[in-house]
Design a protein around this ligand. Structure first.
Ligand SMILES: [Mn+2]
Length: 541
């Protein structure tokens, strides 16, 4: 857990990312019989002030630039020479004024050392340096980053600098290769995501302890600012970031510390979906199949609980799952919480309800370049850099192990708009038990989200949180996590004495529960639970 302290940030992580990119890029150029000349050229993020004021907003590096260079400061450019593999950073020349107000200006040599690049110059030297280093004929060629992010539907902006008219520009080659490269993580990247997960897990536990009675969430126009009260479910989706690398974790719990029967029913439906997906993930599985598997478990549980009626297969055919889980099962995770690459060129987004919200439909792979890597003739300088940096106990191919990291985040929500639409649809409405579902109209929803990496024999879950209803209840009652044997024994003792006291056996047949706990009685005609978060759908998955 977090008590291990932060891992050392290894800048060779970025040297490795650059080497990997150069390797793939050269393969691509060779395959198209193009000469191995030119520079991959990126512009880092700029610092901004709040509107017209001089209030400087918190700077966070642009993600592609962070991936290749790890640079934390604003105003940089970066070039990677495709023919030599050499990398050059261009730093902004800061004025003396800057030094007076913001502290000592770092010399270029300190950037060279920290970011492990071949050279560092000032941004006003870009045209001169690139021209002098270019080995091809004619105008120097720049491979610029331009392409669509399939999550945001926004385009990356290609680098621009004074004097750029003297260069040839290629705007199509870089984006697909760099995006693909980001999907498969090195061991060094995994370490950071793992640590970010430790922090997130610890934060969620802390929130459970304090029962977070008030949650500000949502957005300025529709703030999720209602105070949660006794009887509500809380849904928290939050993740820490460490040296650019993200985590994305959600947990759902009853604010009063005890699951009601209805809350258990919905929560266990989602937990069953979550656990089923985790046990099925391995290289070769399709993400669409995983989404459908989650839907199926949720629909089955809702049917067992009497909220839905009819055959689950027929519900699946009618896409009823999208009414309760309108978002995709999960997404790639890395430098961005929604890491890019879900829809590479040639892969179309599905159009069916629910499936169209998937952030990827790819088949999961352990890594396609690993074998390639072992044979790769890597750019010399990068190899030298790597060797000089105390990682000699591991070979480059070991470090380059490529694993994809995803979130698994099934959810079940009772959204008024979607439910009303379903009631008006003759096919969908036939499955809905109106009197049962009316109890849930102000329920809100449940989401469980964990971060996993796909390995050859399945997946590893980085997120360490109480997930069973009883685990959540004992942690909310004050037990520390992970639970110690004493707590578990005490719980089991209480459980056995309470199950002997409880009678209904029909309940056990009616409710699906992944919990060790005795299944709760089904759908008692209790009063409507108070509403949960009004905005469970504003910040989905
Ligand atoms: Mn997510």
């Amino acid at each position: 857990m977090a008590s291990h302290g932060p891992p050392e940030i290894a800048m060779e992580l970025h040297a490795l990312s650059r080497a990997k990119l150069v390797h793939s890029f050269r393969q691509r150029l060779k395959a198209s019989s193009l000469p191995l000349f030119g520079f991959v050229f990126l512009q880092g993020g700029e610092e901004h002030t709040r509107y017209c004021s001089d209030h400087v907003m918190l700077f966070r590096q642009e993600s592609f630039f962070a991936y290749l260079f790890g640079v934390r400061e604003p105003g940089f450019y970066g070039a990677i020479d495709v023919s030599t593999g050499k990398s050059i950073l261009f730093a902004p020349k800061l004025s003396e004024d800057y030094a007076v107000w913001s502290g000592k200006i770092k010399p270029l040599s300190s950037f060279k050392e920290r970011y492990m690049v071949s050279a560092v110059h000032y941004t006003d030297e870009i045209p001169g340096i690139l021209k002098s280093q270019y080995r091809g004929p004619g105008k120097p060629l720049l491979y610029l980053l331009s392409g669509l992010n399939s999550d945001s539907n926004k385009y990356s902006i290609p680098a621009s600098f004074e004097g750029n008219e003297a260069f040839e520009k290629d705007l199509t080659s870089l984006h697909p290769i760099l995006t693909e490269s980001r999907i498969f993580k090195s061991e060094l990247e995994l370490g950071l995501i793992k640590y970010a997960n430790d922090i997130s897990s610890a934060a969620h536990i802390e929130a459970l302890f304090h029962r977070s009675a008030i949650i500000h969430y949502g957005h300025a126009a529709a703030p999720n600012d209602r105070t949660l009260v006794d009887g509500d479910m809380a849904l928290m989706d939050m993740g820490a970031e460490y040296h650019f690398y993200a985590s994305d974790v959600a947990c759902s719990f009853p604010v009063n510390g005890k699951f009601s029967d209805d809350q258990s029913l919905v929560y266990n439906a989602v937990l069953k979906a979550h656990n089923a997906v985790l046990s099925e993930i391995k290289p070769g599985v399709s993400w669409i199949d995983m989404h459908k598997l989650a839907e199926k478990h949720i629909l089955e549980s809702l049917a067992k609980g009497g909220i839905l009626v009819g055959e689950v297969d027929a519900m699946m055919d009618a896409r009823l799952g999208a009414v309760f889980m309108p978002h995709g099962l999960g997404h790639f995770l890395g430098i961005d919480a929604h890491d890019p690459g879900g829809y590479p060129q040639g892969i179309e987004r599905p159009t069916e309800p629910g499936l169209k919200a998937l952030r990827t439909t790819r088949e999961l792979k352990e890594g396609m370049l690993t074998e390639d890597w072992k044979l790769a003739n890597l750019p010399k300088l990068v190899v030298l850099n790597m060797k000089s940096l105390k990682i000699d106990s591991k070979s480059l191919s070991e470090l380059a192990l490529e694993l994809c990291v995803l979130t698994v985040s099934p959810g079940c929500y009772f959204n008024e708009i979607l439910l009303n639409k379903a009631t008006e649809d003759p096919t969908l409405s036939a499955f809905i038990n109106n009197s049962a579902i009316s109890r849930f109209m102000r329920f809100g929803g449940v989401r469980i989200e964990s971060d996993v990496h796909v390995s050859s024999d399945g997946c590893e879950n980085f997120t360490d949180l109480p997930r069973e209803t009883w685990e959540i209840e004992v942690v909310m009652a004050g037990a520390s996590w992970p639970l110690n044997n004493e707590t578990i024994l005490k719980y089991k003792k209480e459980k056995s004495s309470s199950t002997t006291a409880l009678t209904p056996t029909t309940a056990e047949q009616n409710v699906s529960s992944t919990s060790e706990e005795a299944p709760p009685a089904v759908a008692p005609a209790q009063e409507m639970p108070a509403s949960t978060s009004d905005a469970t759908l504003t910040s989905i998955d």
